[in-house]
Design a protein. Structure first.
Length: 304
């Protein structure tokens, strides 16, 4: 049988005050209750830990050996419990989020700034990475959760939909497509198309083929980052497509943006978490805020 926390606290209080009366006041218990806890501790250990005199209480030799050990254990425990309370009350904490490069330089800084205006004690660390690495960062435990487009499900990762938005065409000012009242995917096929490598293009072509089998879209150039595609469009080397959350970056490059139709393809984004790991209070708070922020945001798909 091991000593209880109350018994350890009783010994530490007696050691610090040298008095049963003062120790009882310090612990907010009666003197008889304190004396009982010391006796119980001695029964558990089978040795005397406090030598009682008429003037003061002093520790025995074994009591003096136990005192610093108990004191350190209690300080560590109290510190850990205080830290948990602070995290639960969102008085401190850190959130680590993985997201693709384009979302990391457009939407997420806005969300983080808005969140920290309400929760300044919580630090949010953004890990920008390629699309294909988002769920891997979640699985490894490097981040609390990740945000990315729909991916094939796995047994280890849970996915909750965050948003769904349509693809938009991005082109330079004065481009012939600017005069069209309605831009379709068939129109895109008439111009050099700059796309992204990997699953972005694979899923896009698959979705397009499923909707319109007679449309053939062959990328003129495939690049790693959307910022590279935008720079190439700004240099009038072709056109590209992206999602409305990238509007700030599209505008920064001086480009135009319009929704695409026939078919009206959309892309869903999810919050990815490791299914065997519960989110910390801070991470759960930020994830909830993220969903609320996105739900209340209107996505503008036209840039003048």
């Amino acid at each position: 049988m091991n000593p209880s926390l109350r018994q350890m606290r009783a010994l530490v209080a007696v050691a610090k005050t040298g008095s049963f009366t003062l120790a009882a006041e310090y612990l907010h218990v009666t003197q008889s209750a304190l004396s009982g806890q010391i006796k119980e501790l001695e029964q558990v250990l089978g040795v005397t830990v406090v030598e009682r005199t008429t003037r003061r209480a002093q520790l025995s030799e074994l009591g003096r050996e136990l005192y610093p050990l108990f004191d350190k254990m209690l300080q560590d425990l109290d510190g850990a419990m205080a830290d948990i309370a602070n995290r639960k009350a969102l008085k401190k904490g850190m959130v680590r989020v993985a997201a693709p490069q384009m979302m990391s330089c457009t939407l997420l800084p806005e969300v983080i700034a808005a969140y920290q205006a309400t929760q300044p004690a919580i630090q949010v660390r953004l890990v920008d990475c390629p699309l294909e690495q988002v769920t891997a960062r979640v699985f490894s435990g490097e981040v609390d959760f990740g945000i990315g487009p729909e991916r094939d499900p796995t047994a280890e990762i849970d996915a909750v939909q965050l948003l769904e938005m349509p693809f938009v065409l991005v082109y330079p000012p004065g481009h012939p497509l600017e005069q069209r009242e309605r831009v379709t995917w068939a129109d895109v096929a008439d111009y050099p198309f700059i796309s992204l490598q990997g699953q972005f293009t694979e899923r896009l072509l698959r979705d397009m083929h499923a909707s319109f089998r007679d449309i053939s879209l062959s990328p003129y150039n495939e690049v790693t980052f959307m910022t590279t595609a935008l720079a190439m469009v700004a240099a009038r080397l072709g056109i590209t497509v992206c999602l409305p959350y990238a509007a700030q970056m599209v505008k920064l490059y001086g480009l135009q943006m319009r929704q695409l139709f026939e078919p009206e393809l959309t892309r869903r984004f999810f919050v990815y978490t490791k299914n065997a790991r519960a989110l910390s209070p801070a991470a759960d708070s930020f994830a909830t805020f993220l969903h609320q922020y996105v739900a209340g945001h209107e996505w503008n798909v036209t840039l003048d």
